[in-house]
Design a protein around this ligand. Structure first.
Ligand code: CA
Length: 233
């Protein structure tokens, strides 16, 4: 697969961080690592990861603060990694929106299965919605649904999973105006406070990567305050 999932790994124990990072990379994921909760918050905003793996006992502040912060604005799946097996803490993490909770130590097989499961949560139905082998073509834009690859002319456009899902979803209804809430529902399952902002950030990245500049052709039109439409003119 061309579009690698991006995983933010927040863990201050260096041995565990190296081990988990290596497990993820060997399974084909792109990994961003940090040992600090503050840095993690910055990275979550700037990199828009597809999944966050979060240790709760961090040196600068409790990892639960990151969970709280992310859940205020978006639905990125979060798996808690913790050495503690305290029941109340688990309940608290789930109440605050954690998707899963893995108690250290864990086996690579179980860990990777849980990662795949959490990523399925964020993946939208573009996979099922498009026929195998089908290709979307309009002007210079080409989307190969099977391979999940996007091209503008001969240039391949490198999108994150979320960006690809959004673009594929828009292309399935090209010409039609899709409201913010319908896109958010299709991509993330449900809307929370900040979902529109998250969609706008992803959309800005997609438009930039497609090469949308003044004077260039706009494949995606923003109907301000309403939604987006894949252009067909
Ligand atoms: Ca720790």
């Amino acid at each position: 697969m061309n579009n690698k999932y991006k995983i933010l790994l927040v863990e201050d124990d260096e041995n565990i961080r190296i081990m988990v990072g290596a497990m993820l990379e060997s399974a084909g994921y792109q990994v961003i690592e940090t040992s600090s909760c503050n840095t993690a918050i910055t990275l979550a905003v700037s990199h828009i990861p597809d999944l966050i793996l979060l240790d709760l006992g961090l040196p600068d502040m409790d990892g639960i603060k990151l969970l709280e912060y992310v859940r205020k604005t978006d639905l990125t799946p979060i798996i808690i990694l913790s050495a503690r097996s305290d029941e109340m803490e688990k309940v608290k993490a789930f109440d605050m929106g954690a998707n899963d909770y893995i108690t250290k130590p864990f086996s690579a097989a179980e860990f990777l299965a849980r990662v795949r499961s959490a990523l399925r949560f964020s993946r939208h139905s573009a996979d099922e919605g498009c026929l195998a082998g089908e290709t979307f073509r309009f002007r210079d834009l080409r989307i190969e649904y099977d391979a999940r690859r996007v091209f503008v002319g001969d240039r391949e456009v490198k999108l994150t999973q979320t960006e690809y899902n959004i673009l594929a979803y828009l292309s399935e209804s090209s010409g039609k105006l899709l409201t913010y809430s319908s896109i958010i529902k299709a991509i993330w399952g449900q809307a929370t406070e900040g979902s529109v902002k998250r969609l706008q950030v992803n959309m800005a990245n997609i438009r930039r990567k497609l090469g949308i500049q003044p004077g260039e052709y706009s494949y995606i039109v923003n109907e301000l305050g309403v939604g987006y439409r894949m252009n067909t003119d």
